[in-house]
Write a protein that binds this ligand. Structure first.
Ligand code: GDP
Length: 304
């Protein structure tokens, strides 16, 4: 029920608008489709993905010759879940890590302010709760506050943290964290990285170096590169996804702050445009307010 609560804003806006768009109409016509397009764009699904969805609905109208507005919800739900299926198996409900990769190395990237530290803290909490031994690595050495904040979460969750002074080499911290994780027999090591987007080449060089140095300890690390995006920033989130995917291979996404926004549709657009699975969604500031992304629950929360 946290998901429903968290997405209340997106949900009521999307559903209310959709109800208004079809009010007094029995069949889906050009007017309804125009309205639907507007609703999807204003929910931050993104223009490309919106047009894809509209095309699919149009194709269904053509195929069946007639589409009642009462069926529109059902079909829209199917089409959106279908789009998400291309990248998200969408069946996951638990915080798990592959058993054959131990320690599992999760490298977390994203710009400052998106909720990166909070997401790492929430993840550490969830993994620990699920019986995994967690070690954190504070490789965002650019800001003292980033190291301090991660320390606060490490204390709160009661997991070990590996850190150095501000300004030290991020790759060196990552190296230490992996060594420490291995020697402590950790199940999962979560590495925070610097959130600067000063320029693409620097970002790429830094992330590449961190990866290369980690591989000296664990040959196939990192096993997952998780990009954290702020779901309330709409097109900015798209732009950041573009920059980070150009700088490094991003293998999964966490979309935060979906509780405070009417723009939950950003999840659909980003997942579709970048073909990267959304693994987690942030629905609040609390320690429990992170959810494993489940596409069926997500889509249903829009239409309930
Ligand atoms: P970082 O700079 O990317 O590490 O960002 P922080 O983790 O420090 O988070 C920035 C702010 O966003 C903090 O006030 C967090 O409490 C808040 N925040 C993070 N995730 C969420 C979320 O899912 N929902 C809400 N409402 N706030 C969040």
């Amino acid at each position: 029920e946290t998901l429903d609560k968290g997405l209340e804003k997106s949900k009521s806006t999307f559903f209310d608008k959709l109800s208004k768009a079809v009010a007094g109409k029995s069949k889906v016509d050009d007017d309804v489709l125009d309205n639907l397009e507007e609703i999807l764009v204003s929910s931050d699904v993104g223009v490309n993905t919106t047009l894809k969805i509209i095309d699919r609905i149009e194709a269904r109208v053509e195929q069946d010759k007639y589409l009642g507005t009462t069926e529109l919800n059902k079909i829209l739900r199917e089409e959106i879940a279908g789009l998400l299926s291309e990248t998200n198996s969408g069946e996951e409900t638990e915080y798990t890590i592959p058993a054959n990769k131990k320690p599992y190395v999760l490298m977390v990237v994203g710009v400052n302010g998106v909720g990166k530290t909070t997401t790492i803290g929430k993840l550490a909490y969830q993994f620990k709760k699920n019986g995994f031994k967690v070690v954190l690595g504070a490789a965002d050495t650019f800001r003292a506050a980033a190291i301090d904040q991660l320390q606060v979460w490490a204390d709160r969750v009661d997991v070990p943290i590996v850190k150095q002074d501000m300004g030290s080499d991020p790759a060196s911290v990552a190296f230490d964290a992996l060594q420490s994780g291995v020697s402590q027999n950790a199940d999962v090591i979560i590495i925070d990285t610097a959130g600067r987007l000063h320029n693409k080449v620097n970002l790429m060089n830094e992330l590449t170096k961190v990866k290369r140095v980690m591989q000296k300890v664990i040959g196939d690390a990192p096993h997952d590169v998780l990009l954290v995006l702020d779901g309330s920033t709409g097109q900015n989130a798209f732009e950041q996804a573009k920059q980070f995917t150009a700088a490094t291979e991003v293998t999964s996404l966490a979309v935060t702050k979906l509780d405070g926004t009417a723009k939950g549709g950003v999840v659909i657009g980003i997942s579709d445009q970048f073909k990267i699975p959304v693994k987690y969604i942030g629905v609040g500031e609390g320690i429990e307010d992170l959810q494993v992304f489940n596409k069926y629950e997500f889509v249903d929360s829009f239409f309930k």
